[in-house]
Structure formats: C-alpha cells, structure tokens
Design a protein around this ligand. Structure first.
Ligand code: ADP
Ligand code: ZN
Ligand code: ZN
Length: 759
C-alpha cells in the first residue's frame, strides 16, 4: 500500500469526503422531457450543454447536461455514472453565466433557456450518428506534383492552384460551399490531378484551405464623413458599450457594419450580424461574402438542422474569427471572443420572441452579453424604437451616431396622400385610386418599377354570407378563415393562427343562402384587380404564400430585379431592406389597417413601416415618389410621414407616454394561460391572479385581469391573460422558481412574457 496518503490523512483526524461531479441530464421523455441526476465517475469532464450517454432503467439513452455541480459523495444514495460523452458543447464560463442571468430575467429555468439557445438538432438522434459514423469526401493533391495542362478549364485550374497555394486538402463539402461544384472535383480526380478519399466526418474540422477559397472580391468603400464619425463613435465606446446608428434608408449603414466587422476580424474577434427576418438574410450574406469570403456563416430558421449544428460547432471551434449572419436566435451562438453584435433594423418586433418561453428580446440579450463578455453592440435603424431612443446618453448608456444623407444624394422621396374619402365622394369605389392607377400605368413606358404594400391587417379575404352576415370561422380558433388560392383555380380556406385548412363551400352553413362569397381583399385579390384593370402591367406577388421555401425571397427579388415584373405587390416584408435602383414608386393601398390597431405601439410601428417602405423608392438615379391611400389623412402618423420628421414623432410620443405613465416609462408583464378546457383555464387564471396579488400590491404594481386573450381560442385551446403594470426599471413582482407553475392543473400551460411588445 502506498504510504504517502495514509501519512497525510493521519494528520487530519477527519478525512474529507471524496467530491463528486454531479450532473443533471435531461432526456427526451413525455412532452417536456425529464431530468435525472448522474455522476461523472469516469472523469469524462462533463460540462453544461454536453450531449452524453446514460442508462435509464437499463436502457441506453442520450441526454443533455443541464446543470453541473460538485457535491460530497453520498454512499447512501449511489448515483449512476455518465457512460460516455457524445458531443461536447464546451461553452465558456462567461457565456454560461450570461445565459443563467437571462433565464432569470425571462422568468424561466436555466434548462429552458439552454434548450432555446442550443441549435434544434443538438438533441436529435441524427447528430450523434452523423458525427460518429458519417464519412465525407476529403480532397487533396497527389503526392507527386501534377503536371497542369494548359487547356485545363479555368475553374479546375483555379481549384488546383488554390490547393497548391494553401497546401493540404479540403472537405469536398467545403469546396462545394465555396463554389467549386462536385463535378469540378470529379473531373480533376479523373485527370489524376486530385485524389479523393472518404474520411470520418468526426474529424471534420473546417479545412484550413477552404477558408481561403471564396475570394473576398469587394474592396471596402471610401467612407463619407458621417460614416467615419459613426465608426469612430463605436470604437470610442468602452467594452460593453453600445451605439445607436440612426441613418435614413440608403445612407450607408450596412457599409458601416461591414467596415466595423472587418476591424474586428483583423483584431481576431468574431462578429454577429442580426437581421429581423430571414427574408433579409440572403442579401446580407451576399454582401458579407463579397467582403469576407467564406468566413461568413448563416444561422436562422431557414437553415437545415444540420447546418445549424455545423455553425454552432464552428462557433465553438473556429480557429479564425467568423462573421455570422442570423436572426434573433443567433444571439446565443457561443462565439468567443465576440467583438461586435449588430442588430440591423433594431426597431423590428421580430427581435422579440413571444412564444414559446423564454420570451426574450435579442436587443436586451445582446446588451447584457457584451456587458458580461466584452465587445460592443451596434443598433442600426432608420426609425429607432422609442425604447432605444430613450436609452441614449446622457440619460442612458447608448451613444448616438447619425447618417442624415443618402449615399446617392437623392433626397428622400416626397410623400403624397390620397384621401380615399374623396374617391368615394366622386363615386370611385375601387381599391386603387385614380391617381395611383394613373401612375402605375405609366411605369412600363418609363422603364420604372413600383412596390405596392397591402397591409396584412387591413385586408383579409373572408368567406361571408351576404344574406345573414355569417363569416366562416376556424373551428379551433376565434378568428375567421381566410381564402387562399386563385379565384380562377383551386381555392381553399386557411386559419392563420393554427393552419387549419378547409374546402371552400358555396352555400352559407347558417342560412343556406348561395350569396356566400369571399369578402375583403387580400394581396391576391388586389393582384387580380390590378391584373384586370391594368392590362399589360406585369405583376409579382410577394407574401407568405409566394416566398416559401429556403430561397423563396431571393428568387422573387431576383426576378423583380431582373425586370421580369413592373410591380411587386406584397405584405409588410416588402418594406424591408430591398435596394433596387429602378423602383421609383412605393405605394400603400390602405394605411388605415395599420393606424387603427388597438395596440400601444400601433402608431410607432405604422410610422416605422411606412417610412421604411418610402425608403424603397428612388434609391437609384431617378427620383422616387410615395403614394399613400387612406381614409384618415389627418392622423398624426400620416402627418409625420409627410413631413418626414420621425424625431418629432418620437418626442411627442415620448411625452404622451410619460404623462400617461405608459411603457417605456413603466414596466409591463403579461402572463398567458392556455388550456383545452375553458373553465379549468379560467379558474387557473384566477388562482394565479390571487397568488400574485399580494406581491404586486407590496411592490406598487397593478394587476389587471384575468381576462380572455384578444383571440380567446387558438388551436382548440382557451386563452386567458393577466397584465401587470409597474414602475419603470423595477423588478417584476413574481415569485422565483417554478411556484407559479406548481399549482397549475394538468393541461393548463402558463407563459410569462416580461416587457411584452403587444400591449
Ligand atoms: P443602408 O443600409 O443605410 O440602407 P447601404 O449601406 O445599403 O445603406 O448603402 C446604400 C448603397 O450605397 C449601397 O449600394 C452601398 O453599397 C452604397 N454605399 C454605402 N456607403 C458607400 C460609400 N461610402 N461610398 C460609395 N457607396 C456607398
Ligand atoms: Zn385556427
Ligand atoms: Zn347566411
């Protein structure tokens, strides 16, 4: 026996109990999964976020490590060991602490936060099998120096010389990603200029050569003085700081992002570029690739699970700094060190996750993240949110940089309001006013294009009865079904809330009348009307129905950019980000649908959208014009749209909300309950309200409700809500932990949405 430890212990009368690393492992079981505790007896060095193999009742299963701690070994309750470490998430300490803090802020468990953070494929069975067993083609130069034919096709010669230049080989999939199709590789293999072998994908480090394969072809532009000042403003911020880049559309914000990103890459730090909608990703990725080549990766819901896991792993393992372009969930990528987080169109409500929990806002997470981990945040917008605007120094932590000139020096297009009441008074009952018709019909001869916004909320096509007024409702939700498809062809009904579909019927189910027709005007109806009224005008439709699929947006925009249509008719997403020089007209069919929503932010959001849309016109040589049809030409939003003074609007809005004690000069929180049984859900809502009332009272908060949600039934579930209002910047008076959930009857779910966007 070894003497040393015994001698040591003899000095200590009490032998310290051996310490065990204990881990909570979440396994997929039932609806929410379950957590079991294991110990890391084999010293696999298991950490938070790792994927591990454990046994449960004699079965081998894989699970996710959701908590790690050390504790004294307890002989009375021996724990089962973790059998194997399948995939290490290896997230850093700072990232983990940030995530835990965010879980607290969102009133959710660290586990739920982690699950929201990890790529959706992380827990899937496929990941493990692919990583362990999948083989990929590895492409490299033969040992003997190949003799290059003079008549080698250019792309083939290019690939060979790239491989020679950087040495070694590359994964074929990286080459394909870099634009060298597999045919090129195969041709070179046939000529014996390259060799190809299958290698285990588990060693699939990004091949060093692939990083240099996509040439960054575009040089940075020479900045104008406003852009230079913007860059300096950010660089002068301390670590953890942020800047609001307030620049009108076309003022060169994206160029500022790109040059700041270039500086970070040069300094060896990663960059996250977030945009609100996946529709905006392709353009931004293209611009980034032209500047940074294949260091640019994507992370958003349009990616396949495998691609998301790939980007996640790359974030952890990359040896070179990356630029990642993504939507809100990309905020979780474990990049380190992270030098810059950009939120483009920071005012956009898509940055907020509303359901399921955690109900987080990417902007808040970004600010908290740089404060913890270092780096800086840049919030870009032509129409900043009121929340961000009141965070400006000296009251708040954000510095301000403004871009007030368009790069093209074109002025912002003038806005012309068309009073639809006059149209009606003149006996013109069409959807499209005479002025707009006139302007549209001249487009082709002038070689110009137009975008036409049909606000989603303003128009939907319902099936309704002209005799008794019956509207076909979704059987599972308290909303009307909308008509989809072409009037000439196949039509069906669809629920926008739960995706229920039903055939169109010809008779009213209530009174049997055959005067049962689509009513209202969706994008589709507008298109049909335009088609019939403007012969020879080529139209393209841009909405959820036509932009589906991975490249739906890109395809449609390319068609439009190539001049295949004169008018692009679409919903909200039309207003965002597109930069097409031949668009000279931006029109809104019915602004009223945007103005009169029962929401605190209706005005702010309407003006943001309309100004954004206006920014689409006149970005090239020719001046633009904006036409807005409305029945409320005196609405403050319309008045500020015409005078273009967004800042004045913010000042007025801020004053009104401060005086009325509304968000953001107060805090709010919504609790949403839903359940299959209407009465159980209502009772549960009342019980939760009683549970919260004393705490609210003590903290000076107001509790409103319970009340049925604005849409009281969705997908067969009744929905109730509670609204809480309290002083600005105060903590939410909610019990910590899971006690709110503990008392819920089964079948009823509860979501806490702190600082909700819809009020
Ligand atoms: P924003 O993001 O503010 O709408 P962009 O960055 O897209 O503006 O710029 C509008 C156009 O001007 C783009 O085509 C961009 O390439 C170009 N641009 C931006 N900055 C400059 C510059 N300093 N010099 C020349 N062109 C520029
Ligand atoms: Zn429904
Ligand atoms: Zn009827």
């Amino acid at each position: 026996m070894n003497a040393t430890p015994i001698a040591d212990f003899s000095k200590n009368p009490v032998r310290p109990p051996p310490v065990l690393v204990v881990v909570d492992v979440w396994v997929e079981a039932g609806r929410d999964g379950r957590t079991f505790t294991y110990c890391d007896q084999k010293q696999l060095n298991v950490r938070l976020g790792d994927l591990v193999q454990v046994s449960l009742r004699g079965r081998r299963i894989q699970g996710l490590v959701t908590a790690c701690r050390t504790q004294p070994e307890d002989a009375s309750r021996p724990l089962q060991p973790v059998d194997a470490l399948l995939q290490s998430a290896a997230v850093g300490q700072a990232w983990r602490l940030w995530l835990e803090e965010m879980a607290q802020r969102c009133h959710t468990s660290p586990f739920r936060m982690l699950k929201a953070a990890l790529p959706p494929g992380w827990l899937g069975q496929r990941v493990v099998t692919t990583v362990k067993e999948r083989k990929l083609w590895w492409v490299s130069l033969p040992d003997s120096t190949p003799h290059l034919d003079a008549d080698l096709p250019a792309r083939q010669a290019c690939l060979v010389s790239k491989l020679q230049e950087f040495g070694g080989g590359a994964w074929q999939r990286d080459l394909v990603a870099a634009g060298f199709q597999s045919g090129i590789v195969q041709a070179l293999v046939r000529r014996e200029l390259l060799v190809r072998e299958l290698r285990l994908a588990s060693d699939a480090q990004p091949s060093p050569v692939s990083v240099n394969l996509v040439d960054a072809t575009e040089a940075p532009r020479t900045l104008n003085s406003e852009q230079r000042v913007a860059i300096e403003t950010l660089q002068n911020q301390p670590e953890g700081g942020g800047v609001l880049l307030w620049g009108i559309t076309g003022s060169g914000k994206t160029e500022v992002y790109l040059q700041l990103a270039a500086d970070e890459l040069a300094a060896g730090r990663h960059v996250l570029l977030l945009t609100p909608e996946i529709g905006l990703i392709p353009q931004l990725v293209d611009r980034c690739r032209r500047r940074f080549g294949s260091r640019v990766l994507e992370y958003h819901s349009g990616c396949k699970e495998r691609e998301r896991v790939h980007t996640w792993r790359n974030s952890l393992e990359a040896e070179e700094p990356l630029v990642i372009v993504g939507t809100r969930s990309a905020i979780f990528l474990p990049l380190s060190p992270l030098g810059l987080i950009v939120l483009d169109e920071e005012h956009d409500s898509s940055y907020k996750q509303e359901s399921p929990m955690p109900c987080y806002h990417a902007r808040d997470l970004a600010m908290a993240r740089v404060q913890r981990e270092g780096g800086r945040v840049l919030l870009g917008s032509a129409t900043p949110s009121l929340e961000t605007w009141i965070q400006l120094a000296p009251e708040g932590p954000l510095a301000l940089a403004r871009l007030q000139q368009r790069i093209s020096h074109q002025p912002l297009p003038p806005v012309q309001i068309i009073d639809m009441r006059h149209e009606l008074a003149d006996g013109h009952r069409r959807l499209i006013s005479r002025a707009l018709m006139d302007r549209l019909s001249k487009l082709p001869e002038q070689g110009e294009q137009a975008v036409v916004l049909v606000p989603r909320r303003g128009y939907s096509t319902f099936l309704s009865c002209r005799s008794c007024g019956e509207v076909t409702q979704c059987p599972h939700c308290d909303v009307a079904l909308t008509v989809h498809g072409k009037s000439t062809g196949h039509q069906w009904l669809r629920c926008h809330w739960c995706d229920y579909r039903a055939p169109v019927t010809t008779n009213c189910g209530h009174c049997g009348s055959s005067a049962f027709k689509p009513f209202g005007a969706g994008t589709q109806r507008v298109l049909e009307q335009l088609e019939s009224e403007l012969e020879g005008l080529r139209l393209l439709r841009f909405d959820r129905d036509t932009t589906g699929g991975r490249d739906g947006h890109r395809r449609l925009l390319e068609q439009f950019a190539a001049g295949e249509a004169d008018v692009l008719v679409g919903t909200q997403m039309l207003a965002k980000g597109m930069d097409l020089p031949s668009v000279t007209l931006a029109a809104v069919l019915a602004a009223d649908g945007l103005l009169h929503r029962p929401d605190l932010r209706a005005g702010e959001q309407a003006l943001q959208l309309l100004l954004q849309l206006a920014g689409r016109a006149g970005r090239g040589e020719r001046p633009g014009q904006v036409l807005v049809q409305t029945y409320s030409p005196d609405h403050p939003v319309i008045l500020h749209l015409v005078d273009g003074r967004y800042e004045r609007f913010l000042e007025e809005e801020a004053r009104e909300r401060r005086e009325a004690g509304l968000v953001p000069y107060a805090r709010a929180c919504v609790l949403r309950l839903s359940g299959t049984s209407a009465s159980t859900t209502a009772t549960a809502a009342a019980v939760v309200a009683e549970q919260l009332r004393p705490g609210c009272k003590d903290a000076g908060w107001q509790l409103i409700g319970p009340a049925p949600a604005p849409v009281a039934r969705v997908a067969g579930r009744s929905r109730w809500q509670l609204l809480m209002h309290g002083p600005q910047a105060s903590a939410l008076p909610l019990p910590s932990g899971s006690s709110l959930w503990d008392g819920l009857p089964s079948g009823v779910s509860l979501a806490v949405d702190p600082d909700p966007l819809q009020l």
